[in-house]
Write a protein that binds this ligand. Structure first.
Ligand code: T4K
Length: 374
């Protein structure tokens, strides 16, 4: 199949195309912030945003941060852990990066070939006396095997923290996925299905953790301005909170628009030899934040050649997550073979996906994939 000339998109087609809320609505918030003369440090918009998220996510406790990485680091800091944390090599580097500054050592284990999340059997095999916690990632919003992880953690008295950067609004067996574990951490980065430009949040059932991270995110200061411990600056500004508020109102509409794009991809790609779709978990809802596919040996090109072919058409899908964290120079001492994760990392490609992707843009992506099929 020839790629017709109109499939060359005029402007670059990236994996995501973040969008701001309606400027008039944004302006109203800006006026409110301007007249309050309160720009950051747990201001009124931030407090409204936290309350709105608490309701929307049915979260027992939620604390909003300036980004997901600091939120994740703060959640682990709050448990005062020491030793080794079992985690996955198949994630964005931030998942592992937060450990060393806390004096924790990662122990990476392989993933499940279906969910692409950390495999409980490998967790179990990796437990020794040094292990204090399990750090799972709900990759692309697909739940980890939360029941098996809970059972392992219970048996070995381990904390469970979920990097839920991709899991905004997901329900699992009718419950919020974020209700599993000792804490779950969201990212509100601009490229996420729900965003506040930059931002993140910790959801936890533990009121003590919530109280502690609120102090931690503000330099560890008490109400008299004296530091109780060495905290950080993890505060979200009023402007970011305002964007978050407005995006929360638009989340479901945009999610349904992304669902339509994903369903079109799935329909069009289902019969292409060598393209493998990632099956969703039938017990979970989806937020359609990513459109991952696997380019297997039966396809006409290998994944790297396909990326180049896309680039010739001004299309930039992303290899989330390649290389594996353990194959990066920063983690050289943890390098080892993870048969499943390595294979997935070599085959994965996340296609452009955003709520207002137009038909022609999506057709151009599909045409490239069809053109290079065997
Ligand atoms: N845990 C997991 C599992 C994560 O995926 C992430 C973040 C975190 C933790 C940490 O959360 P945060 O601290 O970030 O809140 C992006 C994001 O920066 C990162 O947030 C995200 N995961 C990761 C999966 O993707 P990059 O390096 O791929 O971003 P970048 O700048 O290359 O953007 C991707 C594409 O999107 C670009 O090709 C262009 C387009 N784009 C991007 C931005 C920011 C735009 O068109 N406009 C924009 O404003 O990491």
């Amino acid at each position: 199949m020839k790629v017709p000339p109109q499939t060359q998109t005029s402007s670059p087609l990236y994996v995501s195309r973040p969008d701001l809320p309606n400027l008039e609505d944004t302006y109203k918030y800006l006026e409110q912030i301007k007249s309050a003369r309160y720009l950051t440090n747990n201001g009124p918009v931030l407090q409204t945003f936290e309350a709105a998220l608490r309701d929307y996510l049915s979260a027992p406790h939620i604390s909003v941060f300036s980004n997901g990485t600091l939120a994740l680091q703060s959640a682990l800091a709050g448990f005062n852990l020491s030793g080794t944390v079992i985690t996955t090599p198949y994630s964005f580097v931030a998942t592992a990066h937060i450990l060393k500054p806390l004096g924790l050592t990662p122990r990476f284990v392989d993933i499940d070939p279906e969910t692409l999340c950390i495999d409980p059997q490998h967790i179990e095999a990796a437990i020794d006396k040094d292990v204090c916690a399990i750090l799972g990632v709900h990759v692309y919003g697909t739940p980890c095997d939360v029941e098996a992880i809970e059972a392992i953690a219970h048996e070995h008295k381990l904390k469970v923290i979920y990097d839920a950067a991709h899991a905004f609004g997901i329900e699992y067996k009718g419950q919020p996925l974020l209700s599993y574990g000792d804490a779950s951490v969201l990212s509100f980065h601009a490229t996420k299905s729900f965003h506040s430009v930059e931002g993140g949040a910790i959801i936890t059932p533990h009121s003590q953790l919530d109280e502690w991270v609120r102090v931690y995110r503000n330099f560890g200061l008490d109400s008299h301005g004296s530091a109780l411990f060495e905290g950080i600056n993890g505060k979200m500004s009023e402007l970011h909170a305002a964007i978050g508020m407005l995006n929360l109102e638009r989340f479901e509409v945009q999610r349904d628009m992304r669902k339509h794009v994903v369903e079109t991809y799935k329909r069009e790609l289902a019969d292409i030899q060598g393209i493998q779709l990632i099956a969703p978990n039938s017990d979970a809802t989806q937020n359609y934040g990513y459109m991952p596919i696997r380019i297997t040996a039966d396809y006409g090109l290998d994944r790297e050649a396909l990326v180049h072919a896309f680039e010739e058409h001004n299309i930039y899908p992303r290899r989330y997550f390649y290389p594996l964290i353990t194959d990066m120079p920063a983690y050289a001492e943890h390098k080892q073979l993870f048969p499943i994760a390595s294979k997935v990392a070599d085959e994965i490609l996340c296609l452009p996906l955003f709520h207002d992707m137009d038909v022609q843009e999506q057709d151009s992506v599909i045409a490239v994939l069809k053109h290079h099929a065997q």
